[in-house]
Design a protein around this ligand. Structure first.
Ligand code: SRM
Ligand code: SF4
Length: 571
């Protein structure tokens, strides 16, 4: 019996989610966006278009810090959009950087460029009259924002490995090819934002006319670095190389990190190993993991719609067999590989091609000129002289890549002058990350990006108190259980519950292959520190050689290990 939506769900008991209606009625993602764009009586979009602009890479937002004040003045919220660009593998050329720097400065509410946990950048606070210009400026330098949000395959990540340049180039080409293969075919983006010729779209051969049941995320990774955090993603291609040449990929399916507070039917889940595929079968496998999820994913309940829930509902073997049948490809046994790290290599490294690469730490990926640290100006000045490219890492940092030996000194001077290189940063700081949250994220329940600097200082004090000042804990904070800074793969993960209140999860590991378990619920800063203080003390006293904090709390039974999310995570 085919496992399609009709057979897996009782249509009477479970009507389709409203997003299904609006996708179906949208004429392949056009909706009435153009009409809304011309309506200057409001800065916002109608409810359906509010959803549809996401497929074009934008979210309607407003500044939550000033929402109440505007309401008192009987003004509508200051509607604007956040734009997220499509940058497979996170590579951006200097001339592209200069264009986005100019746009951010002149036309965004905050003036910032925000690097994300998925190797791209966001503009926050673009007003309606400037939206079309924004797309045209980006298009002028070869950047688009197609399918960076909405129920589609999102920006495809690729490990930023500048050292093994040949292998990286091959893996990067695959991330671009997969991204392009899975892109929507509709010309709505070109028509609406670039004034392209109207061309009737008649089908979406891969995504289908109602697109996917939910967002879908893909990576290409190069072991041993798990920077991309494969277990946060629906579909992962783990590069298998022989003598420095890519020969194929191990395929991992069904990762995802979001949950909903109080709903035990939702949980973060690791991806399952489906096996090895050769290069010539890669696109077919990508296409049919997507097509099976398209047809079998839950279109009634968006909270249970992602691939991870489809796998748990139909069974891994059934899902995998259907992919094999549709693709006409049989997975081979997985090839050996190991992830041993997922952090960025800060400072200079030399690649095997003799080029030099400088990774700079950018707290939360927020690029602005701060007092004493003119980060944005610094990157602009580097872009003006840099001959190589920039690479945005999945840890919200930036690599100035492909620097010739005789240009290294100039780049380093500019980086130091503008606070992009700071040797005083602790290991703890370099391993901490937060999502955006307030004031732009409408879903934030607690502060995250704005809280992280303070929290890092407090954790640094605890480490120093126990003689561990040189050590680090992979610390990630998210403002709500959607988990955008991947707290559900951290050694210590804080998940926003309400203003100043977080759930404290412990027991992820340093390489991102274990999900942390709830340890304390709905606690404020004092209780967080009270919980961590004795545990860090025990870790300092009793750890095995080089044992990470997450491994320690699992080994000593502080929290139980999450092995099978569906049964263990909420137990
Ligand atoms: Fe996310 C929604 C920011 C990576 C899971 N995410 C949002 C929105 C757009 C809020 C909204 O829907 O209105 C946030 C915008 C905040 C703002 O003002 O910018 C937002 N997510 C981000 C970013 C910018 C966080 C960051 O600090 O870098 C990341 C952008 C990535 C990108 O470039 O595409 C970001 N989001 C993630 C990740 C991590 C990852 O993919 O590696 C996750 C967890 C992995 C996963 O998907 O399971 C993630 N974001 C979500 C979810 C929960 C999805 C779900 O399965 O239920 C939402 C809410 C939703 O989709 O309904 C969400
Ligand atoms: Fe917003 Fe929640 Fe994502 Fe943070 S985790 S950016 S608060 S949706």
């Amino acid at each position: 019996m085919p496992h399609n939506v009709a057979t897996l769900l009782d249509p009477d008991a479970a009507p389709l989610a409203d997003n299904e209606r609006l996708k179906r009625e949208s004429d392949f993602l056009r909706g009435t966006i153009t009409d809304d764009l011309q309506d200057r009586t409001t800065g916002g979009f109608s409810p359906d278009n509010f959803q549809l602009i996401r497929f074009h890479g934008m979210y309607q937002q407003d500044d939550r810090d000033i929402r109440a004040e505007r309401a008192e003045q009987k003004l509508e919220p200051l509607h604007n959009v956040m734009l997220r660009a499509r940058m497979p593998g996170g590579i951006i050329a200097p001339e592209q950087w200069l264009a986005i720097d100019r746009f951010a400065e002149q036309f965004t509410q905050y003036g910032s460029i925000r690097l994300t946990t998925r190797q791209t950048f966001q503009f926050h606070g673009v007003l309606k009259p400037d939206i079309k210009d924004m797309h045209q400026v980006l298009n002028g330098v070869g950047i688009d924002s197609i399918a960076t949000a909405g129920d589609v395959n999102r920006n495809v990540l690729c490990t930023t490995n500048p050292v093994e340049s040949a292998l990286h180039q091959q893996a990067y080409e695959w991330s671009k090819a997969i991204s392009e293969h899975l892109l929507p075919q509709t010309k709505a983006y070109v028509e609406i934002w670039l004034d392209g010729v109207k061309a009737k779209t008649t089908e979406e051969p891969i995504l289908g006319e109602t697109y996917l049941p939910r967002k879908f995320k893909t990576t290409v990774s190069i072991p041993p670095n798990n920077e991309v955090d494969v277990h946060a993603n629906d579909l992962n291609f783990v590069a298998i190389a022989e003598a420095g040449q890519l020969v194929g990929f191990n395929v991992l399916v069904g990762g995802g990190l979001a949950m909903t507070h109080g709903d035990t039917a939702t949980y973060p889940r690791k991806a399952d190993d489906f096996g090895f595929v050769s290069l010539e079968n890669t696109l077919a496998i990508a296409e049919h993991v997507v097509s099976v999820q398209r047809d079998w994913g839950n279109r009634a309940n968006r909270k249970n719609a992602k691939t991870k829930y489809t796998l748990d509902r139909v069974g891994i073997d059934v899902f995998k067999a259907e992919v094999e049948k549709r693709a006409g490809v049989t997975f081979e046994p997985s090839r050996p590989y190991a992830f041993t790290t997922r952090g960025d290599r800060f400072g200079w490294v030399e690649g095997i091609d003799g080029k030099h690469h400088l990774t700079v730490f950018l707290l939360n990926g927020r690029i602005l000129d701060y007092p004493g640290k003119a980060l944005k100006t610094g990157i602009r000045k580097i872009a003006e002289v840099h001959q190589g490219d920039f690479r945005m890492t999945a840890n919200q940092n930036l690599i100035i890549a492909g620097v010739a030996a005789d240009e290294r000194a100039q780049i380093e001077t500019l980086a130091r002058e503008h606070g992009l290189l700071d040797d005083t940063y602790s290991a703890q700081r370099l391993h901490s990350m937060a999502c955006v949250a307030m004031p732009t994220c409408p879903l934030a329940m607690a502060e995250s990006e704005r809280y992280l600097p303070r929290l890092i200082g407090l954790v640094e004090e605890l480490l120093a108190k126990h003689g561990m000042a040189q050590e680090h804990i992979v610390l990630r904070v998210v403002g709500c259980p959607n988990g955008c800074a991947r707290a559900m793969l951290a050694e210590v993960g804080l998940v926003g519950k309400g203003p100043g209140k977080y759930n404290l999860h412990l027991g992820g590991n340093r390489i991102g292959t274990r999900i942390p378990k709830l340890y304390r619920e709905n606690i404020g800063e004092d209780a967080i520190l009270d919980a961590l203080d004795p545990l860090i003390g025990l870790w300092a006293a009793q750890r095995d050689a080089d044992e990470g904090f997450g491994d320690f709390v699992i080994r000593t039974g502080v929290v139980a290990e999450v092995k099978v999310s569906k049964t263990d995570f909420h137990a």
